[in-house]
Design a protein around this ligand. Structure first.
Ligand code: 3SK
Length: 516
């Protein structure tokens, strides 16, 4: 019974309308200052003009490679306002990844943090892709030809008075989703999809209000972070704290103390690290009223210890890049630790067996979701689009069991993907990098549960005859070639890998061995 945005709808304009009366209120706080709702609105309208002035046309893509800071939301929403499609990408990737994303998306411009400009330039140097303009966020001094200071571009552009005449179902923005094999997939979301996640999960389920100060450990380029630190808070006029660095316990505690957020959005590995830290703040030092967790299943013990310490529930849920945010979740005041709770009202969930039919309670099935925030497709990839977006249903790739009380318990992935600290890692990509080392003959990567019940990557490596190599040398080799978070945390050198008669590596045997 929610009013569905139909026909003409522009998500950026929608947020400006909601917050028109809050011009003086702080929307964003980062390490360099604050941005009021009034300033945010003005910069969104100028950003939109700056993009048009640079020759970017409606529906063209713009790569958004920016660390979390106040420029991120204005760049993202400025593009949406102009009907230009921001492609928000992971800031932790390599030039090789950005080269792929530039040519896959055919982005005609980029908005990049000064610290990430070298990676973008290295991607462009690989050839075959030109950008009309590169807008550089937070740069000092002169920039090379073709690059402009984002701030100057915004200040010198006239505000665009009217948002582009976009429709609810128009492509609004993309996020890249990784798979166990192949390249990341450009996941195309509509202008209306963030509206739905904000209404169904942000407002109704979490109950975020104008009084809240939101702080997300997950960055804005993740679908999880985009809801937590943009769509949800801006849909109610709340305040957001942004942080550019890695969410280490110390970095998070500093923001808890300095800015007193009321809602914290994290992932299980982060909560475990904080609870283990000697610097964990006392309950009286923080203003938290609620915490949300996603990325991987939250072990019950972590939730219980957090609640015991802070008197605050962790609302554990699962979402996906394809559904844009959380569709299955515990609820404030109704938490069953060790489970992912119930379907978020507005979404339907089905667990299906190998025959495609619904499974009974207590049996494991593949998770399918139906809801209004599903992506339109994967760009330029009909096969994978058809596998995932099946009519009204979206296949998540996760396995679940429904319990008698209607809660759902996580039962693993349907493919080989691993989720480490809430981020997908393909074992095949790590193996392919390990075998590039001249001393490595072959390698197999699996997920290994640590003492907290959280998944870490473990590589089994066979060295070439007579070769010598340490685990630390091999980890350093991988870190140089892949996004650093993908390196295997554990390496075991073995003399052979278990294989089928046809030579396929039997990862399940390695998993069994680890579990013993
Ligand atoms: O990892 C999750 O559970 C998640 C949650 C919200 C949005 C996106 C994702 C992948």
């Amino acid at each position: 019974n929610l009013p569905a945005p139909e026909g003409r709808f522009n998500f950026a304009q929608h947020l400006l309308d909601i917050n028109q009366q809050r011009a003086e209120k702080t929307a964003y706080i980062d390490d360099q200052g604050t941005l009021t709702y009034g300033e945010l609105a003005a910069r969104i309208q100028r950003m939109a003009s700056a993009l048009v002035k640079a020759g970017i046309r409606r529906e063209e893509r713009v790569l958004l490679l920016v660390q979390d800071c106040n420029d991120w939301p204005l760049a993202f929403l400025g593009a949406l306002y102009a009907g230009i499609v921001p492609v928000a990408v992971n800031t932790l990737l390599t030039a090789h990844d950005y080269h792929y994303m530039l040519s896959d998306s055919r982005a005609t411009a980029a908005i990049v943090s000064e610290a990430l400009r070298p990676s973008l330039e290295a991607a462009l140097a690989k050839g075959d892709h030109d950008l009309k303009t590169i807008f550089v966020s937070r740069a000092q001094g002169e920039l090379p030809a073709g690059s402009v200071h984002l701030d100057t571009a915004i200040q010198t552009a006239e505000p665009m008075a009217q948002a582009a005449n976009t429709r609810a179902d128009d492509p609004g923005f993309w996020l890249y989703s990784s798979g166990s094999t192949g390249n990341p997939k450009g996941t195309v979301h509509t202008q209306a999809n963030p509206y739905w996640t904000a209404e169904l999960y942000g407002k109704r389920l979490l109950g975020i209000t104008e009084q809240d100060i939101c702080f997300s450990a997950a960055k804005l380029f993740f679908a999880y972070g985009l809801g937590n630190a943009l769509s949800f808070p801006l849909s109610v006029g709340a305040t957001v704290v942004l942080m550019p660095e890695r969410p280490t316990p110390d970095a998070v505690f500093k923001r808890w103390i300095d800015h007193q957020p009321t809602i914290f959005f994290g992932a299980p590995t982060g909560f475990a690290g904080m609870l283990a830290s000697a610097k964990l703040p006392k309950k009286a030092e923080v203003a938290l009223r609620l915490a949300s967790s996603a990325g991987e299943a939250l072990p019950a013990d972590i939730g219980e210890r957090f609640t015991q310490h802070f008197g605050v529930e962790i609302i554990d849920g699962i979402g996906s890049t394809e559904m844009l945010h959380i569709f299955l979740s515990n609820q404030p005041g109704k938490v069953r630790y060790g489970t992912t709770g119930w379907p978020v009202p507005g979404y339907a969930i089905e667990l299906r067996g190998e025959d495609g039919l619904p499974v009974a309670d207590g049996e494991t099935g593949d998770l399918y979701i139906q809801g209004p925030s599903a992506a339109l497709m994967y760009w330029n990839n009909r096969t994978k689009s058809r596998e995932t977006f099946q009519g009204a249903w979206t296949k998540s790739g996760d396995k679940y069991v429904r319990n008698a009380d209607g809660t759902y318990t996580y039962a693993g992935r349907s493919d080989d993907m691993l989720k480490v600290s809430g981020i997908y890692v393909s074992p095949f990509e790590v193996e392919a990098t390990l075998v590039q080392h001249p001393a490595v003959l072959e390698a197999a990567v699996i997920g290994k549960q640590d003492a907290e019940g959280l998944t870490k990557t473990k590589a089994f490596v066979v060295l070439k005859d007579g070769a010598e190599l340490t685990a630390e040398e091999l980890k350093a080799f991988v870190k140089e070639r892949l996004a650093p978070y993908k390196y295997p945390r554990f390496i075991e050198f073995v003399t052979e890998l278990p294989k089928t008669a046809t030579g396929k590596i039997q990862r399940f045997k390695l998993r069994q061995k680890e579990a013993e």
